[in-house]
Design a protein around this ligand. Structure first.
Ligand SMILES: Cc1cc2nc3c(=O)[nH]c(=O)nc-3n(C[C@H](O)[C@H](O)[C@H](O)COP(=O)(O)OP(=O)(O)OC[C@H]3O[C@@H](n4cnc5c(N)ncnc54)[C@H](O)[C@@H]3O)c2cc1C
Ligand code: FES
Ligand code: FES
Length: 474
C-alpha cells in the first residue's frame, strides 16, 4: 500500500512529514525548521564536514550508524531511519567524545567541532578501534582550519579513559521497527518524491515519468540543488529499494545492485580485488562512502569518476533495465562527455564484475591534489596477465585524459605479447604520452596529465620489480 508521508526519528522524536519541498536538504530542515543549529553549513557540497550528522539504520536486526553530510542529503531520504544531531548526544554530562575533545584541546573557533564530534560519535557507536588508519578513515570528511588535526585525533585515541554514557538503544530499535517499510510518494508544488521498496513498484512509476531524477546517495545530484540552484521535479529515491541494494558472488561473478552504498561492497572487493578495495580508501570521505553508490558514479558519467576505469579494466558488464532488460559492456557504455548509451526511462540495475585469474596483476592509481576527499586529476587502472616474463594480456584504462574514461589501446597493442622489460615499458611511455589529448583545467594542465600517465607506467614497472616506490597517495 502506498503511503503519502515519511516517518523518521529526529533524535528521539518521531517525525511524520509530507509538506516539505521535495528538494529540501536535511541541513536546511534542521537549521530552518527545527532550530537545531549545532549542525553547521560550511560548503554545501559535501567537502568540509561541518554539517555532519549521524543516521542509525536497521541492518540485520542491529542498528548501524553512519555519518552523513546533511547539506547534500535530501530530507525525504530519511524515511525509516533515526537522525542523530549534535544536540542529542549530550544529556546530563558531555558525551565521552565531547569530553575528550575538551580535555585534549580539540577545538579553537569551534565551527568544525560539531561535525567532528558526530564523525567521532559514529566511530564510537560502531565500536571501531581507534587505530591511526581507522581514525583517518572516520575523520576523512572533516576539515578544521585552526585547531590542527593532532589534538582531534588524540581525543579519539584517549576515548577509552571515559565511562560510556550511551543511552540504551532498545527503545530506538522498537520505534524504528514500528515504521512500516511501504512505498511512499510525496507531492509538493507540482514536484514528486518517490520511495520504492522493490523493483516492480519502482518500474511501474518510473516508466510513466516524464522527467525522472534518480537519487541514491545524492553526493552528485544534490549539488544540482545546492550549487546550481536547480529544482528536481520528479525524484526517485533508490536507497531503500531492496532489489537494487545487494552484493552477491555467484558463477564466478560479483553482482552489485546499483544502489548499494560503497561501504557495503568493500568487504567483497577486499577479498577478490584488493587494489579496487584500496582505491576506495581515497574515494570521497567516510560520509560520502556511507551513502554513495556505484550506480551513481556510473550514472554521473564523469570522465574522472574513479570506479569507471577500474570497472572497465575488469571487463565489467552493466545490466540496464526499463521497458526491457539488456546488458552492455562498461567499455561500450560511455559515448561522450557525460553521455552514455542509457536510453530514456532506463536505469542501471546491476554491475557484474567477472572474477578473473588470480594471477593477474591489478593496479589502481589515483592522482589527486589531496589524499582524502578529492577528485582525481588522473586515474589509471591496469589489469595484466604476465607469464614467463611475457605480457599475455593487458588492459590500461585512464580517467581524466579525455571526455570519457578511455582505454589506452595503442599502448596495450604495443605491450601485448612483449617481454616485460624496461626498454619495452619506456617505449610504451612514449606511446601513451601521444595517445590522449587531455584538457587543461583546475585539476591539472594538459602537460601535467600527459606526463603523469607516462610516469604511472614507470610506477607500474617499479612495483612489478618490487622496487621501493615512494608514493604519496596510498
Ligand atoms: C565531497 C565529494 C567527494 C567526492 N569524491 C569522489 C571521488 O573521490 N571519486 C569519485 O569518483 N567521485 C567522487 N564524488 C562524486 C560522487 O560521490 C560519486 O560519483 C558517487 O559514487 C555518486 O553516487 P551517489 O549514489 O551519491 O549518486 P547520486 O548523486 O544519487 O546520483 C548521481 C547521478 O547518477 C544517476 N543515477 C543514480 N543511480 C542510477 C542508476 N541506478 N541508474 C542510472 N542513473 C543513476 C543520478 O540520477 C544522478 O544523475 C565526490 C562527491 C563529493 C560531494
Ligand atoms: S556544509 Fe560542508 S560538507 Fe556539508
Ligand atoms: S576549530 Fe576552527 S575550524 Fe576547526
Amino acid at each position: 500500500m502506498l503511503s503519502s508521508s515519511i516517518e523518521f526519528l529526529l533524535n528521539n522524536e518521531l517525525i511524520t512529514i509530507n509538506d516539505a519541498n521535495t528538494n529540501t536538504t536535511v541541513l536546511e530542515y534542521l537549521r530552518n525548521y527545527k532550530n537545531l543549529k549545532g549542525t553547521k553549513e560550511g560548503c554545501a557540497s559535501g567537502d568540509c564536514g561541518a554539517c555532519t550528522a549521524v543516521i542509525a539504520e536497521m541492518k540485520n536486526n542491529k542498528l548501524k550508524y553512519k555519518s552523513i553530510n546533511t547539506c547534500i542529503t535530501l530530507l525525504y531520504s530519511l524515511h525509516s531511519k533515526q537522525l542523530l544531531t549534535v544536540e542529542y548526544i549530550e544529556s546530563k554530562y558531555l558525551h565521552p567524545v565531547q569530553q575528550s575533545m575538551v580535555d585534549n584541546d580539540g577545538a579553537q573557533c569551534g565551527f568544525c567541532t560539531p561535525g567532528f564530534i558526530m564523525s567521532m560519535y559514529a566511530m564510537h557507536k560502531n565500536k571501531i578501534r581507534p587505530t591511526d588508519s581507522n581514525i583517518n578513515r572516520y575523520l576523512s570528511g572533516n576539515l578544521c582550519r585552526c585547531t590542527g588535526y593532532r589534538p582531534i585525533k588524540e581525543s579519539l585515541k584517549n576515548l577509552k579513559k571515559y565511562k560510556n554514557l550511551d543511552s540504551d538503544t532498545s527503545k530506538v530499535f522498537k520505534k524504528l521497527k514500528k515504521i512500516k517499510l511501504k512505498d511512499v510518494v510525496l507531492y509538493n508544488d507540482g514536484s514528486k518524491f518517490y520511495i520504492h521498496q522493490n523493483l516492480k513498484s519502482f518500474k511501474k512509476d518510473f516508466l510513466k515519468s516524464k522527467n525522472p531524477s534518480l537519487l541514491v546517495g545524492g553526493t552528485d545530484i544534490s549539488l544540482d540543488i545546492t550549487k546550481k540552484r536547480m529544482n528536481l521535479n520528479e525524484i526517485f529515491y533508490l536507497g531503500q529499494n531492496k532489489d537494487l541494494n545487494y552484493v552477491r558472488v555467484k558463477n564466478n561473478n560479483i553482482h552489485i545492485g546499483a544502489a548499494t552504498p560503497i561501504n557495503d561492497i568493500l568487504g567483497t572487493l577486499k577479498k577478490y580485488y584488493p587494489a579496487f578495495y584500496k582505491m576506495f580508501e581515497r574515494y570521497g570521505s567516510e560520509q560520502i562512502r556511507n551513502v554513495a553508490s556505484l550506480g551513481g558514479n556510473i550514472g554521473s558519467a564523469s570522465p574522472i569518476g574513479d570506479s569507471l576505469p577500474v570497472l572497465i579494466s575488469l571487463d565489467a558488464t552493466l545490466v540496464l533495465d526499463g521497458l526491457k532488460s539488456r546488458k552492455i559492456e562498461m567499455s561500450d557504455y560511455f559515448v561522450g562527455y557525460r553521455q552514455t548509451k542509457l536510453r530514456k526511462n532506463e536505469f542501471i540495475k546491476e554491475i557484474i564484475i567477472p572474477l578473473k585469474s588470480k594471477n593477474n596483476i591489478h593496479k589502481c592509481y589515483k592522482i589527486s591534489k589531496r589524499i582524502d576527499d578529492d577528485i582525481s586529476s588522473v586515474f589509471m587502472a591496469i589489469n595484466t596477465g604476465i607469464k614467463n616474463s611475457t605480457i599475455k594480456s593487458i588492459k590500461i584504462v585512464c580517467g581524466g585524459m579525455s571526455a570519457t574514461p578511455k582505454i589506452a589501446k595503442a599502448t596495450e597493442k604495443y605491450l601485448k605479447n612483449k617481454k616485460i622489460t624496461y626498454e619495452n615499458i619506456s617505449k610504451a611511455k612514449l606511446i601513451i604520452s601521444k595517445e590522449f589529448s587531455p584538457l587543461s583545467d583546475v585539476r591539472g594542465s594538459k602537460n601535467y596529465r600527459t606526463k603523469i600517465v607516462s610516469n604511472l607506467l614507470d610506477r607500474f614497472w617499479n612495483e612489478y620489480n618490487n622496487k621501493k616506490v615512494t608514493v604519496y597517495d596510498f
